[in-house]
Write a new protein. Sequence first.
Length: 471
Amino acid sequence: MIERTTVAIVGAGPAGLLLAGDLATAGVDVTVLERRGDESNLTRAFGVHARTLEHLDARGLADELVAGGAPIQALRLFDHLQIDLSVLPSRFPYLLITPQYNVERALERRARATGARIVRGAAVTGLRQDAGGVDLTVGGSTVRADYAVGADGVHSFVREALGLPFPGRSVLSSIMLADVRLTDPPADVLAVNAVGDGFAFIAPFGDGWYRIFAWDRTKQLPDTAPVTLDDIRAVTRRALGTDHGLTEARWLSRFHSDERQAPHYRAGRVFLAGDAAHVHSPAGGQGMNTGLQDTANLGWKLAATVLDRAPAGLLDTYERERHPVGRLVLRSSGTIIRMAMIRSRAGRFTRNTIGGAALHLPPVARKVAGTISGIGIDYPDAPRAADVALLGGGRLYEALRAGAYVLVAPESARPALAGREDRVTLAPPADPATPWTLVRPDAHVAWRGRPDALPAALDRAVRNAMPARRS
């Protein structure tokens, strides 16, 4: 066990691994502390949304995941209601179906390749911070870090050690999980439906096994109660009209789903991200995605700070930008699950009629698809940066892979970057009519405007805000 690190990340899930890779790419010494001794076979997330794919694209990982997954352009909710994702203004106008462990493996490989230290079997049992850093107790050792990040899930030790509350409530109890074989798999990539007194969801692992989520309103049992194949068959037949030839299971369990959010994502030198900061129903598949987007926002800001190149207050913008997003996801996923749980036939008819009509209105369809996918989520002073083609080939998101700001502007802008070349990549656009745009490392717009305003924009955003790229 090491005794000193610049940033300690507690938790080697998707959010923690993305953050580790970002920090290591920037040249920051980073250590991930994971209590599990080996990889868990528990995968609850199966969908990678468009905005997350854009963040992975900016790290050179998206195409690999897309090649091994199954894209779907319409997200079915219940009955005949579905969200059309093909309208998304993105290179990825779909939901990619792939198990969470595929995302974790890609992120861990990147993190290790860039120099991150990942220690498994390292349960954190104590946390204390002072004005100069954070002490983490791991076994009989103490790890000293300048900053720490709790990405350790819904039962976060870090959050509890900080004394931060996690207000909210349970919205669904006794959700059954099963990894099964099917002799008659669904024709669609996903099979999902709700019928008032239950719902079922089937997603493929891609290796012949399938994950089923099933909920039975009439049979609410503790999380510790056993699950049988007959329990799964009964709900699946009721919701989907068939059990798709369910023959065997390698794993069965129960869990409950909460809606909770910490009031703050930062306490001194310690930050929260992912499920440690917010948790919500699985409806819409936004959980893992929101956590990855949290750390995409935090990473470059933390790197700039520890390398002493950040303006005052930069780290405070993490909570200011991401806390409202967490609140939005709680609302949107909560709306979906409450609509799915409508019990009466009249209520479901009204839901389907009104919801179906609304989703056929292009502005509504774009708004809903943008919210669920993350593509439509902007920060108040930093909208999402759309991918644009660059002169001579390539795209903006490829230029972002260096981990620095990117200035989308013609070659004539180069003199303005004098002294900042190690922190800003100049990327001339293929379309000369493209507005001059300064893009943050997390693919949000820092500035867009007239050429004569660029020097002031660079002073505000870049002068001390971004570490040099690693050679």
